[in-house]
Design a protein around this ligand. Sequence first.
Ligand code: GLY
Length: 536
Amino acid sequence: ESSKGMVVSTHPVASAVGLEILKKGGNAIDAAVAVNFALAVCHPAAGNIGGGGFLVYRDAKGQNFALDYREKAPLKGHRDMYLDEKGNIIPGKSFVGIFSAGVPGTVAGMVEMHRKFGKLAWSELVAPSIELAKNGVVLTEKEARGLNRNKADFIKENPGKSYLIKMDTVTWKMGEKLIQTDLAETLTRIAAKKLKGFYAGKTADLLVAEMERQGGLISKKDLRKYRAVWRQPITQAYKNYQIIGMPPPSSGGIALAQLMQMVEKYPLASWGAASDSTIQVMVEAERRVYADRAKWLGDPDFVKVPVSELMDPSYVGQRMKTMSFDHATPSKEVAAGDFPAYESPETTHYSIVDEEGNAVSITTTLNNSYGSKVFVGGAGFLLNDEMDDFSAKAGVPNLYGLIGTKANEIQPQKRMLSSMTPTIITENNQLKMVVGTPGGSTIITSVFQVVLNVLEMKMNMQQAVEFPRFHHQWLPEQTRFEPKRFSEDQFSRLKSKGYEFSPTTAIGLVEGILILPSGKRQGGADSRGDDTVSAY
Ligand code: GLY
């Protein structure tokens, strides 16, 4: 707990960098920019300059904003780019290698949020990360393990380069320093020239040269055209609370708004977080919401997303009418809703609150762990594999098992649909919580569970983050769960009602800040990762 500023991120060094900026008089946005660049150095699996993300921001006066810096399909991208001549998906092409990269948005996002809200000088926010890249970051056990696990892909996708790679027989160890000289130079160009340090000049030359070497699609024109976009946040009332979330091209805000509405009428608090009834209601709501996601959600600049229809209380209420406490609703009986008017792990999150009460909720990603695994030669940063978040073929699951249709098919310059759910919650118009997580398709349901753990189950922020999670996404039929989530008795009872289960390793890495009635900030950093609260 602390009384002034707080930063919660997935790496102790990044959290410390953010805290230093707050202590220097920077605001939450300044700290967010500094944390982003620090994560790009010390958490290369997901922290990035070669990916994209979303900001949900509430300033201390109570105004809400949402910034979209999601990657885009290259101009040369097209609907069938991941299909063979028979129309079948070419395995892996959309999620490993240069062809899987979308046009990066992160640097444009950082520049834009700083232009609108930043207080400290831009170069001051990038400087700590230049030092980290130049002098090295000490590897945690988890970071070393992640690098070693991905070594074979790094070698295969980076012929002639040695970024993050050790010789075949040599592995990274906890406590060793990771030095990234080329990345330090790229960050120096970004510090000096902002957008032009990445989307033009030497960095752009190196990126396009890498595309040409490996047959990738991103061009200078793609880089020149990229812009971050301010969008209208999704807001949804839940009891005395207001949930503020990310609109399309993320599905997170709408999905969380639907989920919260669907469960509102049930007495979850008196049933308890671990009860059969609470689990049944949450799984059935999730099943229905992911069916809508598959059919309706995509980039609003390309498809008409029926936002108000999907969140309409009578529609949402009617969706749960088919739910029964006697048995699971088979997913094949749950279709997406119909609106006749329409034709129709690895990501990372950080939460920041500053002394004034400005609140930042940012989820950012390369998609898969270490993205495409391709480093831009000479520039030292990883490219995303975000193209896999498009629906490469209607009805065929992507890396996360998510199904998509026309709304999320590939088109040049379109943004791929996301599940990222950076969220801010107010109570009676006062800041209450800042929360989010990585986890692909499980992002939405992890945020949903942590929010309910606090608002309904009255857990503190750390308990809410730690509580074992489960996840349902309409298809496949199974509910995924963390090992400690269900007792054997509970399994038997729920299985007898038709629920199917599959165990999984950790679901999500949630970073939350709760504002206590005293005004104190209470942090929750997920022990599933290296996640750390830094505060003063
Ligand atoms: N790449 C994960 C997501 O955006 O949902």
